[in-house]
Structure formats: C-alpha cells, structure tokens
Design a protein around this ligand. Structure first.
Ligand SMILES: [Zn+2]
Length: 120
C-alpha cells in the first residue's frame, strides 16, 4: 500500500510567532528558520523551531494514522457509518476539552494559531 503519498501536503509554509520570534517553516523542504538566528549563529535548533517541528511531526503522525482508518472504513457503508459516528463523538469530546482548557494553557493558544496559519 503506497497511496499515503497523496496525503502529503503540496506547499505549506507557515509563520508562527513564539516569544516574539517568527518561525518560518516550509513543510515540503522541511526548512525551518527562526528570527532569533540561533541556528545560523550556533548551529543548534532553538526552542521556537522545535515547537514548530514537533507540531508538524504530530500532524504527520495523525494523517498517517487516520489514513489507515479511513481506508479500512471505506470498504463498506457500514464501516463508514461507524467511523462517521466515531468522528462526531471525537469532535464533541475535543471541543469540550478545548473549551475546558481555554485560557489556561498558552500552548493550546499557540497551537490554535499555528493551525489557523496552516489552513490558509
Ligand atoms: Zn528561535
């Protein structure tokens, strides 16, 4: 099964701001640049860049995982129905979770910002 390639994103450059430093990330070339220039000056990835990279790795992971599930579910209408109901349930659960943790966590806010950028 080599169809997972079509799930790769064509062009995705995102800008995220962490602690006033803008991190530019190209999801295709995997280039990450941060305005703090820590990588350029010392050759080490700063924590701003790492934040963006770990977000992207999680996203890749989810895409891969959900692709397998969708492939399985699309074999029959019954399975598709089960998945639809599960998605609805999961969406409600995630929204409830986000509602509960709103304002409490800076990380959640940053992630929300980042995903908005990726949607553009
Ligand atoms: Zn940085």
């Amino acid at each position: 099964m080599r169809s997972s390639g079509k799930f790769k994103l064509n062009s995705k450059v995102s800008n995220s701001t962490f602690n006033k430093f803008v991190v530019t990330y190209d999801a295709v070339s995997r280039d990450v640049k941060c305005h703090c220039l820590l990588f350029e000056s010392r050759g080490i990835l700063c924590r701003h860049s790492l934040r963006v990279l770990s977000f992207d790795k999680r996203f890749d992971d989810l895409v891969f995982w959900s692709h397998n599930i969708c492939e399985f579910a699309s074999k029959s209408e019954e399975l598709t129905g089960i998945l639809h109901r599960a998605f609805d349930k999961v969406m409600v659960e995630m929204e409830e979770y986000q509602e509960r943790s709103k304002g409490k966590s800076l990380l959640t806010h940053e992630e929300a910002t980042l995903s908005n950028v990726n949607d553009l």
